[in-house]
Design a protein around this ligand. Structure first.
Ligand SMILES: Nc1ncnc2c1ncn2[C@@H]1O[C@H](COP(=O)(O)OP(=O)(O)OP(=O)(O)O)[C@@H](O)[C@H]1O
Ligand SMILES: [Mg+2]
Length: 286
């Protein structure tokens, strides 16, 4: 089936899905992938919230060509209701921005995290899809955001350092944040064979030493259109829908949707936030 038709047919009637896009090493394409995933599912009719949790240097807004007037900091200070903080991007995508260069946000205190979760709770009914663009690495905030999502999409580049960093991320996320399943996306890959090889290495070592399961979600080719799209501040799947990278992104989304979410979120977002609070409280006591 054509991936576009398949995405359409796989959406609808499903419970809320929360996917965090993460990586060990920085600069491997998380923001590019998050924004384009958001566009693809929104274009197929889902209500999408993109959480730009890239706390140091927010850039999902730039990639989508929008200028949020408020950010997470305003919510945390209780100055602005969360609804007013959401900027509107293309295809009705709403964006919750961490704000650029807000250093204090990179070290959210426990109380601020709970406030943030409480604020997000309000949005429970309004979205079908939440995509979190997380910061690189394995800082506390990454553990927090990715642990809160039900699915983790791990972006890996074929460079050896990226692989080691990806392994470190799987280790930290599985051992400290309870993430048991990862979808792995190789970006950029010279070929499917190369991507499968990269995945195979990561999967082999993970199976040997860690309690986490990895699935192959696909690969993206290196494509100049990504850069051209950034320059025009449009998502590449909108600006160059027929380019190799856009086709590949459609395939990845179809792969993700084809599989039911690994953990059912029976209580929706609330369940998720509350589980998270219990876990962080338990960790604080330990
Ligand atoms: N498949 C691709 N082909 C060509 N360029 C790409 C591709 N994927 C990403 N890029 C480019 O690589 C750079 C890094 O991408 P991006 O900002 O999405 O990474 P990131 O993981 O979000 O980085 P950070 O860790 O700093 O948040 C950008 O200049 C982007 O345009
Ligand atoms: Mg980024």
């Amino acid at each position: 089936m054509d991936p576009r038709e398949e995405i359409q047919s796989l959406l609808g009637g499903e419970p809320l899905r929360v996917i965090a896009v993460t990586s060990g090493k920085g600069g491997v394409g998380k923001s590019t992938i998050s924004t384009n995933l958001a566009v693809l599912v929104a274009r197929a009719g889902s209500r999408v919230l993109l959480v730009d949790a890239d706390l140091g240097l927010a850039n999902a807004d730039i990639l989508l060509g929008i200028r949020p007037r408020h950010h997470l900091g305003d919510v945390l200070r209780l100055e602005v209701p969360v609804r007013d903080v959401l900027a509107e991007g293309p295809h009705g995508i709403r964006v919750l921005s961490a704000g650029s260069g807000l250093q204090h946000l990179t070290q959210l205190a426990e109380l601020e995290k709970l406030r943030l979760l409480g604020a997000l709770d309000e949005l429970e009914e309004e979205f079908d899809f939440v995509i979190v663009d997380s910061p690189a690495g394995i800082g506390d905030n990454v553990l927090f955001f990715v642990g809160a999502a039900q699915e983790a999409l791990l972006v890996v580049s074929p460079e050896p350092t990226s692989l080691t960093d990806a392994y470190a991320a799987v280790k930290a996320l599985s051992q400290s944040a309870g993430v048991r399943h990862f979808d792995v996306l190789v970006n950029p890959a010279a070929s499917e064979a190369q991507a499968r090889e990269v995945f195979g290495k990561l999967e082999g070592i993970t199976r040997r030493f860690l309690e986490a399961q990895l699935s192959y979600a696909g690969h993206l080719p290196r494509d100049e259109n990504v850069h051209r799209a950034v320059m025009s501040q449009r998502p590449v799947v909108d600006a160059y829908p027929l380019s190799p990278v856009s086709r590949a992104l459609e395939g990845v989304v179809a792969n993700l949707l084809r599989r039911p979410p690994p953990t059912r979120l029976d209580g929706g977002l609330k369940f998720l936030w509350h589980r998270l609070m219990l876990e962080s409280a338990a960790r604080a006591r330990a």
